[in-house]
Design a protein around this ligand. Structure first.
Ligand code: PMM
Length: 299
């Protein structure tokens, strides 16, 4: 049987001509500049904004994580504290009890391409010991001990969240004259602080923090600014996290977060075209396919 369907390599092979560098995540190697990678979200929380409670039981979280890997995730991001507006910060021991069994169970299955989504150095340290490879710090070093812990990880993700010190104050009330410049300046300073504390420059990934105290317009500008942010911050790579967020709902008229997966795919492809190295998403399968097609289409 013959077919005229185009043949797409399921995993675009990085070439040294395009790759800007590489970073390990467990047994994987991510090649920056070769393609946009996908981080799958595993929220072990009762109250995250779009999937709170769905994977709160460790066994369900592990099943979900394995499904995301099957769907093509390059990295799994395991978190035990919701950052939605108005969420109550969880006690450090509660956070530990949520994430560690999941990370341990994944490690027992040989899965180590795992990132721990936490603001706390103590949780990050235990997560690394349990088998995680990366630290995703949404507060970008609000915990003074985080950089020292991160020096032992394979990557440190630093996210912009200007109100991180005031946990419950994420909102749209922050105004920016030039959002890309201001976010870039903040992330550059946090990146420099991490390097000063001994974190290798080539393991630092920055993230503009879409949805964290930004207007719809701010988020759309930042979504298009990965190349600019990488240059401004000196980071090795840039992550974007548009998944199911309210600004996408505003663009598409979708009030329910779970109805925003198609919008997320659109945002991911647009971001990949503008230089994003990783997209952090709930619906991995759709994003992986869409990014493969985006990468395969040559102008
Ligand atoms: N968004 C959420 C949580 N953690 N981490 C990074 N690096 N970037 C993000 O945009 C981000 C994050 C919001 O909650 P979710 O886990 O339900 O998406």
């Amino acid at each position: 049987m013959t077919t005229d369907a185009p043949s797409l390599s399921p995993t675009p092979t990085p070439t040294t001509a395009t790759a800007r560098g590489a970073l390990r995540c467990g047994d994987r190697t991510l090649h920056w500049g070769a393609r946009c990678h996908v981080m799958g979200i595993v929220n072990v929380t009762p109250d995250s904004f779009s999937d709170g409670g769905a994977f709160f039981e460790p066994a369900r979280a592990v099943d979900h994580a394995l499904r995301l890997l099957d769907d093509g995730a390059d990295v799994l991001d395991v978190g035990g504290e919701s950052t939605r507006p108005g969420a109550t910060p969880v006690d450090v021991d509660v956070e530990r009890r949520r994430v560690l069994p999941v990370i341990e169970a994944l490690a027992a299955r040989g899965v180590r391409n795992v990132s721990i989504d936490t603001r706390r150095a103590a949780v990050a340290k235990d997560a690394l010991a349990a088998g995680a490879a990366w630290i995703n710090d949404v507060s970008a070093l609000e915990d003074d001990d985080m950089a020292a812990v991160a020096a032992r990880a394979q990557a440190l993700l630093l996210m912009h969240w200007r109100r991180a010190a005031r946990f419950d104050a994420r909102g749209d009330d922050v105004r920016y004259a030039d959002v890309v410049a201001e976010v870039g300046e903040f992330l550059r300073a946090r990146r420099d602080r991490a390097v000063g504390a001994g974190v290798a420059p080539d393991m630092i990934v920055v993230d503009a923090g879409l949805g964290f105290g930004k207007s719809v317009d701010d988020n759309l500008r930042l979504l298009a600014a990965s190349d600019a942010l990488r240059v401004r911050t000196g980071a090795a790579a840039v992550l974007v996290g548009p998944s199911r967020k309210r600004f996408l709902g505003a663009v598409c008229g979708r009030d329910v977060p779970a109805d925003r997966d198609a919008a997320t795919v659109g945002a991911a492809c647009a971001a990949a075209r503008r230089g994003a190295d990783i997209v952090r998403v709930h619906d991995v399968r759709a994003c992986v396919d869409a990014l493969r097609v985006t990468a395969a289409v040559r102008a």
